[in-house]
Design a protein around this ligand. Sequence first.
Ligand code: C5P
Length: 319
Amino acid sequence: MDGRAVVRGIAMTTAGSLQIRCPAKINLHLEVRGRRGDGYHELRTLFAAIGVWDELVLEAIADDRLELIVEPTAAVPAGEDNLVIRAARALQRGRAPGAGARIVLRKGIPVAGGLGGGSSDAAAALVGLSSLWGLPRDFADLHPLAAELGSDVPFFLLGGVAWAVGRGTEVFPLPDLPRWWVVLLPGEDAVPTARVYAALGSHGAVGDQCSAIYHWTVAGGGLPLAACRNDLEPTVLTLWPATERRLRAVRETGPLKAMVSGSGGTVFGLYRDEATACSAAAAVGGHRTFVVPVLGRAESCLSPSAVEGEWKSQRSVST
Ligand code: C5P
């Protein structure tokens, strides 16, 4: 490595700093086809990136240490289990044994809420550190590492809207959706994905195959929202009954669709435009809400940019 890497036409020194924004996702459809031999569940799911963001700032350091600062500090643990560190270790192991980095992770996405924040951070760490360390960073280069880190991680290498099969790791990009807006109502409790899948069998929530959505992925046209569903939703509602109240509150605003996202517990409503979404958010009063757009691929693909001038941790600033 000669200290310079070319990233989509941007030349940058490996000694510099990069920042990379990490979007959240919702699942507009999540169909569970059954349990697999490896213990995971076979899925058919429609991911859409949305405009709630985490951010990573990455700085190369002279040795092979990895340092992670999380802001705000209490958002998620900053140890070896953090998906950002696990992504960095995976790159170090196979591709960059001598490289190190100082990383700041600024959390804006609600944690353990079915919005893919940790997965997005992991994908961004793969892309950003590959840029920083002068490694290849195409989808084909990073997909195997992403899939090992978690079922939702490969989607964030694509951004926009994508269809996923298998564990959720086999992802296929689809054209952008209309500029819909989303109202998110995160829950108070962390909802562990493994717990929802473990309880799934006992609640019999494995649904029928949805041919309307399959047809749409090939033929295009308007997304058949009436056919969209989340097979994890009944289990989430049983395990965390407060989710039902949030879902009811969103339904009462007349959205295009109201669902639990992924393994929950965030509930979302989908609206035709920003003004309608803002009115809905006002109407569900008493709940913590986010009003954000469904993102196109260009605005949600993970794209590192050089940090201008000096940067330092905002650790003392509470967000
Ligand atoms: O892949 P990820 O680490 O996000 O998955 C967390 C847990 O969710 C897995 O350990 C598994 O229990 C469950 N899961 C599953 N089937 C999937 C994805 C996740 O059973 N397709």
